[in-house]
Design a protein around this ligand. Structure first.
Ligand code: UGA
Length: 437
């Protein structure tokens, strides 16, 4: 099939590369000329395991190409995916200017039947607005001549494992209002051999919001449980394991820690709370989820403070900056917020992340960015684990103990066994499992 993806951000690029890998002819279009020039040279703007290989292979085999000529890309495709950014406005709503502009451009360049698919995470009813926008912007001469459909096909891929999530999804959701749209999308996704849920556009839009919100609720739930574990002396890791074995609950997304970050959950929750409010529902459950998430970062700062007494001039080493492992994405990363809070109290920060050091340079003034774990730990009063990268899971504890000023580890992701840490001579402070008192 001839496909155009508009927007070469995370979702757009992965979708484009993977759809090409399934044998389609894909054009990834973006009006950011610098980005497109880089992509043409196979310079991938994000770190995502496996993505570069898929892009290179499909570009070489001429199934994938990049262009900044969005109009031309619209003309040559039958299926057009909208994957432009939908950032948060100050009031929590999603900014849909990009989506509206793309819809207008599609209308002005219509030259045959088009199926327009929303892939960006958008509020419910965006599909209707896209349809309306295209209809009113279609030049009169084209109105009777060209038909089009709008569909919603939300993306559920996770950063860090996006290729695998795309190729092996738990389900695919398509929201359609016509048989043509339905059949085209069923045909497109047939090679993936998974359950495809076909529904109306609004339900598809809400499935995306509800799924992300539910996962965020799950994380905040276990974080709230971790507070009770801490005050009673229970271990939240064991509690999560015990709960998770119940098939109705499941173990995934029950890792207590410093809370969720990234470009999706925080933004999507804000947007869903706002949409619900607009529709007359005060979504208190999601507001509480957000509050618990914010409080986890403050909790970590308090734990560090309790361990070090005063923070002023204390040297703190932070391991991990990205919002989760296997990505260089620092958007709404808990580590960044925690570092800022520590700096505000006068602490001196050193930090190391396996992938995001270049990005960190611009957003972490005053932080000494180190070349590895051991440079970060040297002469530090305390080491904070903020992202559970695999390479932080087997640290040389003996070597660390020798070079740190005080052997204190604050583990914001619970990747160590508290007993093992105590036996190694460390004061170990985790989340919901501290072996103290
Ligand atoms: C999330 C969803 O998982 C995807 O299904 C969705 O497609 C995507 O948002 C999106 O809307 O685009 P992502 O933001 O890449 O994916 O990352 P997740 O793996 O979901 O993790 C989000 C945050 O939750 C991370 O900061 C992670 O550290 C945190 N988390 C996750 C926990 O604190 N505890 C857990 O048990 C699981």
């Amino acid at each position: 099939m001839n496909i155009t993806i508009i927007g070469t951000g995370y979702v757009g690029l992965v979708t484009g590369a993977c759809l090409a890998d399934l044998g389609n002819k894909v054009t990834c279009a973006d009006n950011d000329k610098t980005k497109i020039a880089a992509l043409k040279k196979m310079i991938i703007p994000i770190y995502e395991p496996g993505l570069e290989d898929v892009v290179r292979r499909n570009a070489r085999e001429k199934r994938l190409n990049f262009t900044s000529d969005v109009k031309e890309a619209i003309k040559k495709a039958e299926i057009i995916f909208i994957a432009v950014g939908t950032p948060s406005l100050d009031n929590g709503e999603a900014d849909l200017t990009g989506v509206e502009n793309v819809a207008k451009t599609i209308a002005q360049n219509m030259n045959g039947y088009k199926l327009i698919v929303e892939k960006s995470t958008v509020p419910v009813e965006t599909g209707s607005w896209v349809e309306h926008t295209i209809r009113v912007n279609l030049p009169k001469s084209k109105k009777a001549k060209f038909k089009f459909d709008v569909a919603s096909n939300p993306e559920f891929l996770r950063e860090g494992q996006a290729i695998n999530d795309f190729m092996n999804p738990d389900r695919i959701v398509i929201g359609v209002e016509s048989e043509t749209a339905k059949n085209l999308l069923l045909e497109l996704y047939r090679p993936l051999n998974t359950t495809i849920i076909v529904t109306d556009i609004k339900s598809a839009e809400i499935i995306k919001h509800a799924s992300n919100s539910f996962l965020a609720v799950k994380i905040s739930f276990i974080n709230a449980i971790s507070r009770v574990c801490e005050s009673t002396g229970a271990d939240v890791v064991k509690v999560a394991e015990g709960m998770g074995l119940d098939k109705r609950i499941g173990r995934a997304f029950l890792d207590a820690g410093i809370g969720y970050g990234g470009s999706c959950f925080p933004k999507d929750l804000d947007a869903f709370i706002t949409i619900a409010k607009k529709n007359g529902y005060d979504f208190q459950l999601l507001k509480a989820t957000r509050d618990v998430n914010d409080s986890q970062k403050k909790l970590l700062v308090k734990k560090i403070k309790d361990a070090l007494w005063l923070l002023k001039d204390k040297q703190i080493g932070v391991l991990g900056l990205s919002f989760k492992p296997n990505t260089d994405d620092l958007r709404s990363a808990p580590a960044i917020e925690i570092i800022k809070q520590l700096q505000a109290e006068g602490a001196k920060i050193k930090a190391f992340d396996p992938q995001s050091m270049d990005k960190a340079k611009n957003i972490l003034p005053g932080v000494k960015l180190c070349k590895d774990v051991y440079e970060t730990a040297r002469n530090s009063d305390c080491l904070v684990i903020a992202t559970e990268w695999n390479e932080f899971k087997k640290l040389d504890l003996r070597a660390l103990k020798k070079i740190m000023l005080q052997p204190i580890i604050v583990d914001g992701r619970n990747i160590y066994d508290p007993k093992e840490m105590l036996n190694s001579g460390f004061r170990y402070i985790g989340i919901g499992r501290t072996l103290e008192k």
